[in-house]
Structures are given as C-alpha cells and as structure tokens.
Ligand binder design. Structure first.
Ligand code: FAD
Ligand code: NAD
Length: 460
C-alpha cells in the first residue's frame, strides 16, 4: 500500500528516519510551514543516552530518560506524520522508501512505501561485535532502553542464582564475575555504576555474597578512554584500582562462550575467563540500511564507518538525501553533541533551500528592475549556505564513587578536571540538557530516592 498524499501538495516533503539525537534535534527546528514532514522510527520516543548506564543498576528509571516523539510533533504549527516502523529500503531513483512494522503487534498491513522530496537519515549505528563468535548470543549491549533492562535483570538473576542452595564455590565465583568489554566511555560508565551498586546496596542486601562479586574490564588498547587527556586516563585507572575494578588492558576478547570468554593477554597467551554477566561495549558499526545504501553508490560511498557526507551534510553521490549523527562517517566522534548540533544546523539548511526556491521564482516573476535586484540580493543571501561547524562543549565521563572526569575547552586550550566537584558539574550539565521539564523532575526524583532508600534490587 502507498502512503496517503502528503498534507500540502504545494510543499515539498521531508521524510526523517530515526528519533534519536540527530533526528529529534532536526525535528525540533524544522519549520513545518515550509515543508510537509514525516517521521519514521521503530521506537516512538527519544532516549537521553548519556544517563543510560545509570539505568542498568536502577540509579535512574528508564522512563525518566524517554519522551515520546509526538511530544515534539504535536507542538508543531502543521501536522507531522509519525510512523512507528523501520525503514528497510531506500530507492533513490524513485525517491521512495519502504517501511515495515517490526513491532510485536501487527495489523493486516505491515509494509508500506513513502515518497519523499528530501530524505534525512538519522538512524544512528549499532553495536560493534567485530564478528567475534558468541557476542550476539551471550553478551549484553548497552545502547537502547531494553539493553539496560536486560542487563539489570540478568545482573540480579546472577546474584540470586549464586545464592541458590548447593551452588559450588567455583560456580558462585563465575556467576558473580561481571565482565565489561571495551574501555570507551560506555564501558567505563557501566563499570562505575556497577561498582556503586555493589558498594552502596548489594553489600547490605547480600552480605554473604557481596564480597565475592568481582568486576573486570577488558580493553584491547594500552589504556582506557583514548579520547580523554592523559592525566584523566591515569586518574580513571587509579580510581578503578581503588574501587577494586580489575582492569585488563592490551587484552583482546577472541571468543565468547555461554559461561566463559576466551581472552588473549599482552603476552599473546589465550585463557578462559568464566563470567556470569558480560556487557559488550566496543563501539559502533553501520546499520544494515546504511550498508545497503552505501552499496548503491559504490563510487562515492566507500568509507566503511558510515555514510560519507559533504560539509552541508548531503550524502555524497546524491542530491536530495542528507545524513547526520552516528549514521555518518565524518571527522567528528559519534556523539550526541555532534548529532544534536548537526540536526539544528540541517534545519537551517532546509530553511535556506526553501528561501532559494522562493526567491528564484520571485526574481523570475519580478516586474520592475528594482524588484528584480532586490529579489536577486535575497536569492544570493539564501544561496550562501555556510558549511557545518561543530562547537565542542567538552567531554564528561562518570567513573564511580561520586567522581567524574571532564575535558573542557578553555580559551585556546583545555581544562582537565576530575573528582567529586566535577561530578557535581556532571550532574548539573546533564540535568540542564535533559529533554523536557518532566525528564528533569523525574531524574532529580530518582537521584533523591536513591539517596534516601538506595536502589531497588527487585528483578524486573
Ligand atoms: P541514535 O540516537 O542512536 O538514534 C537513532 C534512531 O534511529 C533511533 O530512534 C532508532 O530507533 C532509529 N532507527 C534505527 N534503525 C532505523 C531504521 N531502519 N529506520 C528508521 N529509524 C531507525 N554522546 C555524548 O555526546 N555524550 C554522552 O554522554 C554520551 N553518552 C552515551 C552513553 C551511552 C550508553 C551510549 C550508548 C551513547 C552515548 N553517547 C553520548 C553517544 C550518543 O548517544 C550517540 O552519539 C547519539 O545517540 C547519536 O545520535 P543519532 O541520532 O545519530 O543516533
Ligand atoms: P568506543 O568506540 O568509544 O570505545 C570502544 C573501546 O572498546 C575502545 O577503547 C576499543 O579499543 C575497545 N575494544 C574494541 N574491540 C575490543 C575487543 N575485542 N576486546 C577488548 N576491547 C575492545 O565505544 P563506546 O564507549 O561505546 O562509545 C561510542 C561513542 O559514544 C563514542 O563516540 C563515545 O564518545 C560516545 N559516548 C560518550 C559518552 C560520554 O561522553 N560520557 C558515554 C558513552 C558513549
């Protein structure tokens, strides 16, 4: 079946894929008086990813970090169509996309096509496994709401299973071994949250088991957090040591089995490491739709990391497809900060594209030379679209025990800080960046609740 005609046939239609940092920021700024807008995303909400590691141990509830995408669209001046569906195919020649309802409940019809004038791709990336055997099957990723819920459930299950009568000491040791693979910010923040949960809550609830819980972080490179300054890397590693988090650097995971991982240490020797819970955080790789699209433009799309775009975020090799955020391969790191700035920028590009078309017609239809000159000036201004410029606001990472690290741009240089005061800054920065007043209220409530009553250990 075909998508019904767009709301206003006089306006061009922009189809936006995704409801993450990039697409949401674009959607907030795009002027629906100028364009018909359609949003397609398999999840009908925006997720504030920076605080997601806190959901894995119940410091924050996942509901506090999400806001429905219709929260934005219903406040727009014109109707925006929202479809909870996955885009499975883009046909750049016909300018049509195929969408599929992949959710549990399906109606008689679960496939449709949508025509577009412009396509904006903000579908993010998926978790990287490097094709290592067993990762998909036995590891837990940390990217989406359901990942955090799965980790929380599995963590409590491991602990309760270790408490089951008659469990052998070796099996207890295995079940209570929590392994994190990847020393990027995701892995570090997860290990930090797990440490806090252990020290602040589990020791009281499971006094006989808590001492046996072990946290290990495995990183392939010589140190963790390669994007941070050297002194903050050292500070993180020494804080982890104090927190008794076992750090294995220069160690590669070669294979994942149901109850053990095979790791290769700096000496080149392989050994089996039994585990109860495995959290896999080794970065991003392109989604199938992005790979599929790249294959359609073999001459211009040859960076494996993601879609190649020009400085105006137009997908290389195309005229009417734009891409932003983690779905792209640019000189910027795949972060929320970059994605959000790109979204806002792209909405401005579209305002100028509209103005260009408008003043082109006005200039052609001008009746007097003065009018023509005026419209030509306006046309030139509209055509002068500045390339995307990223303004880095700094990098933050939570490292446990109420300590955070921050690399902040300061004049021409960088201000590196770490500790409890930085954590206070970390908290206020995240609160002020949260999506809505409701989210801010809920997160502050979650933090307060935790301070008074600790975290909830019930299995979800
Ligand atoms: P996403 O936010 O991932 O959104 C992608 C969207 O596309 C989703 O709505 C998804 O459902 C949808 N989608 C997927 N497939 C399809 C399809 N086929 N069709 C249509 N829609 C589709 N960055 C920071 O700057 N600071 C931080 O503190 C920070 N912390 C992080 C913590 C964690 C745990 C994680 C995982 C990431 C963190 N990041 C952080 C990185 C940041 O979340 C990403 O860079 C950001 O989400 C990228 O935005 P995006 O819009 O490109 O992708
Ligand atoms: P990442 O790419 O930053 O880090 C992945 C780490 O895994 C690397 O250090 C890599 O060396 C290691 N690794 C890869 N393969 C391995 C293997 N087989 N065995 C052991 N280690 C292996 O990934 P991430 O932490 O998921 O972050 C993704 C993006 O999101 C980054 O751009 C990051 O900056 C951003 N992010 C930011 C924050 C924050 O600012 N606080 C938090 C989370 C994520």
């Amino acid at each position: 079946t075909e998508h019904p005609n767009p709301a206003d046939p006089k306006k061009k239609t922009i189809v936006i894929l995704g409801s993450g940092w990039a697409s949401t920021s674009f959607l907030k700024s795009i002027d629906t008086d100028l364009y018909n807008v359609v949003v397609v995303s398999p999840r009908n909400y925006f997720l504030f990813t920076p605080l997601l590691p806190s959901c894995t141990v119940g410091t924050i509830d996942v509901r506090s970090l999400v806001e429905p995408i219709r929260f934005i669209t219903r406040h727009k001046s014109n109707e925006v169509k929202v479809y909870e569906a996955e885009c499975t195919e883009v046909n750049p020649e016909k300018k049509v996309i195929t969408i599929v309802d992949n959710s549990e409940v399906k109606g008689d019809n679960a496939t449709s096509t949508i025509p577009y004038d412009y396509l904006v791709i903000g579908i993010g990336a998926q978790s990287q496994t490097f094709g290592i055997k067993g990762v998909e099957e036995y590891g837990c990723f940390l990217k989406e709401v359901w990942d955090a819920q799965k980790i929380r459930t599995k963590l409590m299950d491991c602990i309760e299973t270790a408490a089951f009568p008659g469990q052998s000491p070796e099996e207890i040791e295995r079940l209570l071994h929590m392994v994190v693979v990847g020393g990027g910010p995701t892995g570090i923040e997860y290990a930090a949250e797990l440490h806090d949960f252990l020290v602040e809550d589990l020791t009281h609830w499971y006094p006989e088991l808590a001492g046996k819980i072990k946290i290990t972080l495995v990183e392939a490179m010589p140190n963790v957090l390669p994007a941070f300054s050297k002194q903050l890397i050292d500070y993180t590693e020494s804080t982890f040591k104090q927190q008794n988090i076992h750090l294995h650097t220069k160690t590669m995971v070669k294979e994942v089995r149901e109850k053990e991982i095979i790791v290769q240490g700096p000496d080149g020797n392989k050994e089996a490491m039994p585990y109860g819970l495995l959290v896999w955080a080794t970065g991003n790789t392109s989604r199938p739709l992005v790979k599929n699209l790249m294959a359609q433009f073999p001459e211009t799309q040859n960076i494996r990391r993601g879609l190649a775009v020009d400085d105006w975020l137009r997908m290389a090799g195309t005229n009417d497809i734009y891409a932003l955020g983690d779905a792209t391969a640019t000189k910027y790191a795949p972060t929320a900060q970059v994605a959000a700035q790109q979204g806002k920028y792209l909405a401005r590009v579209f305002a100028q594209l509209h103005a260009t078309e408008y003043y082109q017609i006005q200039a052609e239809e001008s009746t007097t030379p003065e009018d023509k000159a005026k419209n030509m000036r306006k046309l030139q201004k509209a055509q002068d679209i500045k390339p995307f410029h990223y303004s880095h606001q700094g990098s933050l990472c939570y490292i446990g025990s109420d300590k955070a690290i921050a690399d902040l741009p300061f004049g021409p240089g960088n201000l590196a800080s770490g500790g409890v005061a930085t954590y206070a800054f970390w908290r206020s920065a995240y609160i002020s960046n949260l999506f809505s007043a409701r989210n801010k209220w809920l997160v502050i409530t979650d933090w307060t609740k935790k301070t008074f009553w600790g975290r909830d250990i019930s299995r979800e």
